[in-house]
Design a protein around this ligand. Structure first.
Ligand SMILES: C[S@@+](CC[C@H](N)C(=O)[O-])C[C@H]1O[C@@H](n2cnc3c(N)ncnc32)[C@H](O)[C@@H]1O
Length: 336
């Protein structure tokens, strides 16, 4: 189900089932949707999903996948449009290829697809294809790994003497067959597309405004609000995803700065969410659970920590089996 999503810093794929288990319906409102894993799980569980995020990157997923009624899938006819010659195509990613950040043939194809996607009439299909282009870029570029960046540089330069590591060979394969790489990745997005009988909606506004406005929305007064804001003291989204935001025509995000400074901003959101009978909240970083929980309990006295099994926190077997391992993340269940 998740294989069609973009991976997201702080993404909750391993925790989504536990989070949604504590939700009550009919509405599941996800104020900081990110990569969409929790919203997608809630959609699969039959909730009416109201998702929100400030970033344009999440917008492609929210409109293309979460809002998708299930009958708009990526197919061969889309690729015929995306790969048409287009003199209006820009060179956003190709410039990054000059810097050695992305594979040149893939960059050319994604720049072309970005220009041609504007020809697609259906907004949901347009966003879905935009999401596909982001996924192709995310999976083939060397955004945060040094080894991948070095391999990409070598492939772009045609450096035959570069050590033939797995990463290098994968980059080589992707660059030698860009159309196949693009289409294979894009078709995988279909694995995350399904309907659940609700008119699920994606919003794009500041989380506090989303929560305040939701007081007037049908079902929110019997539903669940899920909060997964940027955590104080950890890497901020505006830095990590600046290139994607710029590619989609936006500016680097600034909305997460207020959440990165400390717990005050998220407590203001909790305060504004009185109309939701249930609030679930992922929170972490350098904040001590007991200190933060006490602050939430001043607003919702019944708030408590949900026990999270270690294997839900981390992939690393060594850490998972370490009895002294302390996760830097908590899940709070706050009924009214
Ligand atoms: C921890 S991530 C969410 C991860 C998500 N639960 C997942 O599983 O992928 C936090 C998200 O908050 C978004 N964000 C930051 N500031 C925001 C704001 N002021 N309003 C709405 N969304 C914001 C970021 O763009 C980022 O996607």
């Amino acid at each position: 189900m998740y294989s069609g999503l973009l991976s997201c810093l702080g993404g909750k794929r391993r925790l989504a089932s536990l989070i949604v288990y504590h939700a009550q319906g009919p509405v599941f409102a996800d104020a900081f949707m990110g990569g969409g894993s929790v919203s997608l799980y809630a959609k699969a569980a039959g909730f009416h999903v109201l998702a929100n995020d400030l970033s344009l990157r999440s917008g492609a997923t929210g409109h293309g996948i979460i809002e998708n009624p299930g009958d708009i899938l990526v197919d061969e006819s889309d690729f015929a449009v995306l790969f048409e010659e287009n003199s209006q195509a820009g060179d956003f990613w190709q410039k990054k290829a000059d810097e050695g950040r992305v594979l040149r043939p893939i960059a050319r194809l994604v720049d072309l697809a970005a220009a041609n996607v504007r020809k697609i009439q259906s907004p949901t299909r347009r966003y879905l294809l935009q999401h596909c282009a982001l996924k192709v870029m995310q999976e083939t570029a060397g955004f945060s790994t040094t080894t991948k960046k070095a391999s990409i540089k070598a492939v772009n330069k045609g450096d035959k003497k570069f050590p033939q590591s797995d990463v290098y060979l994968r980059a080589m394969k992707a660059a030698s067959r860009p159309v196949q790489t693009f289409t294979t990745t894009a078709l995988e997005v279909n694995h995350s597309v399904f309907g659940n009988g609700h008119n699920n909606t994606y919003y794009s506004m500041d989380a506090l405004e989303f929560v305040k406005r939701s007081a007037a929305w049908h079902g929110a007064k019997q539903g669940t609000l899920y909060l997964d804001p940027p955590y104080p003291g950890v890497k901020i989204y505006s830095d990590e995803y600046a290139e994607f935001e710029e590619f989609l025509g936006g500016k680097p995000l600034e909305g997460d700065l207020q959440y990165s400074k400390g717990p005050e901003a998220i407590l203001e959101v909790v305060q504004a969410a009185d109309h939701f009978p249930t609030i679930l909240m992922s929170y972490g970083g350098k904040t001590a659970p007991s200190t933060f929980l006490k602050k939430v309990q001043e607003i919702r006295p019944k708030a408590c920590l949900v026990k999270i099994p270690p294997q839900r926190h981390c992939r690393h077997t060594k850490r998972k089996n370490d009895p002294g391992y302390v996760a830097n993340e908590m899940l709070i269940h706050a009924p009214r």
